[in-house]
Design a protein around this ligand. Structure first.
Ligand code: 5RP
Length: 246
């Protein structure tokens, strides 16, 4: 029996779920590829976190191999390791406080380019890098484009000392709150050594107000609502790239 390019036997059946996953990965890669036009020679580039951002980092590394001179500021230890392993020169916020363009993923994007981020647990560094960035480009598969934020649980990074108190306060705002667990079943620990509360609000009708309420809670280090930060979102829908601008 012969095999196709991916080593699968030609007659082997692929489950509908595996097919969906491959389609989503193709869309993630296509969105990441479309973002390359925003990166110019000589720039400092913020490197996002997550599977879509990882596609971007790999594609950017190819550009670097072909002679593009950029320096990257990663938004997580994981993205930094990936970029370094592929030969992308890195810098830090200590050395450089102005980032021309950052390419990052998102868990949800609404029509005003408000985002929920933090599915990968990196939203603290992601938001810091975004805040120092001129042009934040969001790359995502089509499933991330939503009319109203909130189906995806909102991640809130907290100081461990205050975790139980903040959980109660967020529950009082109407959310169902759980402490994120890692693969070992223990609480997930962020790059900055905090825990994450995943907060299920359902539809978030007033994201601006919720962001303010969370910002005002002592012990909340950061939350995954990114408001007024993204300049462009690129969604891949099959073979088409949809570009939204603020
Ligand atoms: C990490 C993030 C990611 O960008 C977000 O979770 C999207 O991830 P993916 O591209 O894997 O779907 O915010 O903190």
């Amino acid at each position: 029996m012969g095999s196709d390019d991916n080593g699968r036997a030609r007659n082997e059946k692929v489950s509908p779920m595996a097919n969906d996953l491959r389609k989503i990965d193709r869309e993630k890669e296509a969105a990441a590829r479309a973002s390359l036009k925003f990166v110019k020679d000589g720039q400092v580039v913020g490197l996002g976190t997550g599977s879509t951002a990882a596609f971007f980092i790999k594609l950017l590394a190819e550009q670097v191999k072909n002679g593009m001179r950029i320096r990257g500021i990663p938004t997580s230890v994981k993205s930094g390791e990936l970029a370094a392993s592929l030969g992308i020169p890195l810098t830090t916020l200590d050395e450089c406080q102005e980032i021309a363009v950052t390419v990052d993923g998102a868990d949800e994007v609404d029509p005003q380019l408000r985002l929920i981020k933090g599915g990968g647990g990196a939203m603290l560094r992601e938001k810091i890098v975004a805040s120092a960035t001129k042009q934040l480009v969001i790359v995502a598969d089509a499933s991330k484009q939503v009319p109203v934020l909130g189906k995806f649980p909102l991640p809130v990074e907290v100081i461990r000392f205050a975790q139980a108190l903040i959980k109660k306060r967020i529950e009082a705002l109407g959310a169902n709150v759980s402490v994120r667990a890692g693969a070992d079943g223990q609480p997930f620990v962020t790059d900055e050594n905090h825990h994450i509360l995943d907060c299920r609000f359902g539809e978030i009708r007033d994201a601006d107000r919720l962001a303010q309420e969370l910002n005002a809670m002592p012990g909340v280090v950061e939350h995954g609502l990114f408001i007024g930060m993204a300049s462009v979102a690129l969604f891949a829908r099959g073979n088409e790239i949809v570009e939204l601008r603020r």
